[in-house]
Design a protein around this ligand. Sequence first.
Ligand code: GUN
Length: 303
Amino acid sequence: MNILDGKKIAGEIQEKIKDEIGQLKNQTGKTPGLTVIIVGENPASQAYVRKKHRIAQKLGINSHIIELKAEIAAQDLIEQIRVLNQDPGVQAILIQLPLPENHNTWEILNHLNPKKDVDCFLPVNLGNILLNRAGIFPCTPSGIMQMLDYYRIDLSGLNAIMVGRSFIVGKPLASMLTNQNATVTLCHSKTKNLPGLVKQADLVVAAIGKPGFITADMIKKGAILIDVGQNFLYQQHEVLEFCIESQQQKFKKKGYGIAGDIHIKAYPKASYFTPVPGGVGPMTVAMLMVNTLKLFKRQYHLE
Ligand code: GUN
């Protein structure tokens, strides 16, 4: 069983991006600009946004966070987006999801300039993935593809199962795997006989949000396991059941541990697996930086 070390690869990507941003700044006097809008006070979202901001700043990106109250009127939120759409110093805009329940996600997202859609969430950008014509890709699926590529895992002909059909991960990743000649089964909460389908898979991607949902007995020996789950656990018995050793230690100090959607007892059956944390999570953040740089280069015709 080999670890797909997202933390290491993300570090290497960040180094490259930092160098390139430095060079472009010397050549053009310009710096890529990323602005994140966060609405409401979801603690997990706040933590993710802080992390994105910290890393963006470290790489020399001009990074800003706009924090808005959950009760903000849709018109006011849309006005904020309009201002950013028109700001030439901002090439990349990210609206952190989920939005609070009082907002209609698509009513808001649709106001984003597609050229500044760093998440690749808008219909025109997602559509280009289906057509295999995309220039940028959503951050989590893109990070997963980068990791598989880094370890030279050939996807051609593999049976891949994608558990979870969100537009953030499941649907675009299913297309991207298909474009690399995998045979993809896209599963969700209504899928019949999920364990039987997982058992046939050479590549299992879990993006469900339930700790340890994919159990060891479901896994075919030698399968590749990709875990998108980042579940925060606060009960000791859950941490002991679902978390890797380092998170069990963290629980003693901080009172919580993070677990994936794939049960840790499945790891020994895998040929490769992504740990949680340290697998997909850091790659998602790294790909946000990659996308920000790409949008910047596009705006200034530097490609
Ligand atoms: N919420 C969870 N993942 C993501 C992501 O990749 N982008 C945005 N904007 N929100 C998210």
